[in-house]
Design a protein. Structure first.
Ligand SMILES: [Zn+2]
Length: 494
């Protein structure tokens, strides 16, 4: 995600129960490496702002332990009245809810498993987790398939999930499997800061029916059929970390391609759509040095969105209220660079937001060196970022007792949005910029290429990243990274 205008005149970031036995299934969708899979059949009710549907989940036990349950995130419940975890900070409330506060939620209507039974309950600290008990043991490398019936009520909010004046944003709308690691499922709450998400890649088949006046931007390859007043679009996408869609009556479309990747750009406010398509192609060309964009389609769309933009695999949202062209381009580049850092190389964005945001902002700064016609340079961006960061630390340090600049902390440990932005995006970017200065561009590219290939379609921790960079550079960078992570670093000049 990208939010907040900061230092260079362009935006910086600104992302019941039923008894049951269980069934082992052969999974059709889970092809290579036994990925989990999701099959959805959805119906969008425009009058009621409801998204109803059912989802078949194929869960492959990728852990090394016997499991008796799985947990799935219910992110739409963060939008319900009385939610403990707010979806936006007070400062952004009016911008997110221009028509006053509005609420939504997800109702789980059924969970079933063929002819057998299983049990389920809504849990978590904030009704944010669906817990499904198998009633039997699921051994490593075994699979289970179950079906969830659900209904999502959309709030009138300019957010990842919700309807606004121009678009209906259908992101984080479905129950998605929590990641199992270190002996349990990761069930962190939604948070108004950053992108509070963490998921593994999976294979998807999604079908949605909606009024034919709408145009659909989505992850994956589409095929659409018209029937009377409705359209039905089928989408497929494999090895992706999440799946998202945006509907609008106002979308214009530009299509293009780059080395086999189908590019779709949906817009309604952009007066320079052809130039935006060029920018998209430039990012694809620039980042090939780390590893080619691995999916068949790449879609960019404008949307009513409270922050600058938001990344999903194969689909990025760009806010329709950005102040100027430079900002617009910057957000497009930032969100597209996330396809490499978040999308393909995954990380826990709740626990280590700096890992994808810092690297994405560093990657974005390099874009301006590659394409000087935009009038910026990474040197200028890093120098301005450092000044801005130093000012922030001085001012924030004066008012907050015991202020620390360590980076290894989760979203809920930052006291303000500003603190999160400066430590994750700005300091994260400066860390990679400093390493770039130290190693030189050729070795830095080698490190990023190695990191990308080592963790493609997997999830990296900060420690994994450090080890990858040490191996690829042939240098012991442990102390370097440690000083940035723990806040003891003394920054040089850019
Ligand atoms: Zn971002």
């Amino acid at each position: 995600m990208k939010k907040k205008r900061l230092f260079i005149g362009i935006v910086v970031v600104v992302c019941v129960i039923a008894l049951c036995a269980f069934v082992l299934c052969s999974n059709n969708l889970a092809t290579e490496e036994n990925y989990c899979y999701y099959k959805q059949e959805l119906f969008f009710n425009e009058q009621e702002h409801l998204l109803d549907g059912k989802q078949t989940v194929g869960f492959f036990n990728y852990t090394d332990v016997v499991l008796t349950q799985v947990c799935l995130h219910l992110y739409p419940n963060a939008f319900r009245e009385g939610a403990k975890a707010k979806v936006v900070s007070l400062a952004n409330q009016n911008k997110a809810y221009p028509n006053g506060l509005s609420y939504g939620n997800i109702a789980i209507e059924s969970v079933s498993c063929g002819e057998n039974y299983l049990t389920y309950e809504i849990g978590g600290e904030d009704e944010n987790i669906l817990i499904i008990e198998f009633g039997k043991e699921l051994f490593p490398d075994e699979s289970i398939e179950f079906e969830i019936g659900f209904s999502v009520s959309l709030a009138n909010v300019n957010h990842r999930l919700g309807y606004g004046e121009n678009t209906i944003n259908l992101c984080n709308y479905y129950p998605i499997l929590c990641v199992y690691e270190n002996g349990g499922f990761v069930t962190d709450l939604y948070h108004s800061n950053g992108d509070p998400f963490y998921s593994k890649v999976a294979n998807y088949e999604v079908e949605i029916t909606y009024p034919s006046e709408y145009i659909l931007a989505s992850t994956g390859r589409q095929s659409t059929e018209q029937s009377n007043a409705n359209k039905t679009t089928k989408m497929t996408a494999n090895k992706i970390r999440d799946f998202a869609m945006v509907l609008s009556r106002k979308f214009n479309n530009r299509s293009d391609s780059f080395e086999g990747v189908q590019i779709n750009y949906f817009y309604y406010g952009d007066k320079s759509a052809d130039l935006t398509v060029e920018t998209i192609k430039q990012v694809l060309a620039m980042n090939k040095k780390y590893g080619s964009y691995p999916y068949e389609t790449l879609t960019v769309c404008e949307a009513n969105f409270v922050h600058g933009g938001m990344e999903y695999p194969g689909l990025v949202l760009i806010a329709d209220n950005l102040s100027d062209r430079d900002t617009y381009v910057n957000v497009v580049v930032h969100e597209l660079c996330h396809q490499w850092w978040y999308g393909v190389v995954g990380n826990n964005q709740y626990a280590y937001g700096f890992l994808d945001e810092g690297l994405t902002d560093f990657n974005t700064a390099l874009f301006y060196d590659e394409y000087p016609e935009y009038g910026w340079s990474s040197k200028e961006i890093f120098a301005n970022a450092q000044k801005s960061y130093n000012n922030f630390v001085k001012i924030f340090g004066d008012v907050v007792t015991d202020f620390k600049t360590d980076m290894l902390k989760p979203l809920n440990k930052y006291t303000t949005e500003n603190e999160y932005v400066y430590l994750s995006y700005v300091k994260g970017m400066l860390m990679f910029a400093s390493l770039n200065d130290m190693l030189g561009e050729a070795k830095m590219t080698k490190c990023l290429k190695y990191y990308y290939n080592q963790y493609a379609f997997k999830e990296a921790t900060p420690n994994d990243m450090v080890i990858a960079f040490c191996k690829a550079s042939g240098k012991n960078l442990t102390s370097f990274f440690e000083s940035w992570f723990n806040g003891s670093v003394v920054m040089g000049e850019f």
